[in-house]
Design a protein around this ligand. Structure first.
Ligand code: MG
Length: 129
């Protein structure tokens, strides 16, 4: 899958689980995009205040500020940035709670590199595969 268009995109990813975070790092490095990875919702909000990102990938269950609260706080700062929920359960999206916090889409964990590329292209390049 062609991910060249993603090379100049800036991605913020929040994930509290060490193993998941390591996997996200490997996958994003393999894609070749520029990313900042943080461990909880508070760090995500802090990062978003300091830097402009093209997309935010947000785990839902995290300590301090969870993904729902962090998404709502990010949305108050930036009305346009796409926020993608990272969740093990599609139900977390289907119940409408993510949308209510301003999230645009979701990605189920674990996902393949191709699924991640597809989601990033859709929301940062408006490319639908
Ligand atoms: Mg978590």
């Amino acid at each position: 899958m062609n991910s060249i268009a993603l090379k100049n995109k800036r991605i913020l990813i929040a994930e509290d689980d060490d193993a998941c975070r390591y996997l996200w790092e490997l996958t994003l490095e393999a894609i070749g995009c520029c990313f900042v990875i943080v461990k909880d919702g508070q760090e995500a909000v802090d990062q978003a205040k300091l830097n402009k990102f093209d997309i935010v990938l947000m785990d839902l269950r995290m300590p301090n500020i969870n993904g729902y609260e962090a998404a709502a706080a990010l949305r108050a700062i930036d009305k346009a940035v796409p926020i993608i929920a990272l969740t093990g359960y599609a139900r977390a999206w289907e119940d409408g709670k993510c949308q209510a916090c301003g999230m645009n889409d979701y990605l189920t964990k674990p996902c393949t590199k191709e699924q991640l590329i597809e989601k990033l292209l859709k929301w940062t390049c408006k490319v639908n595969l």
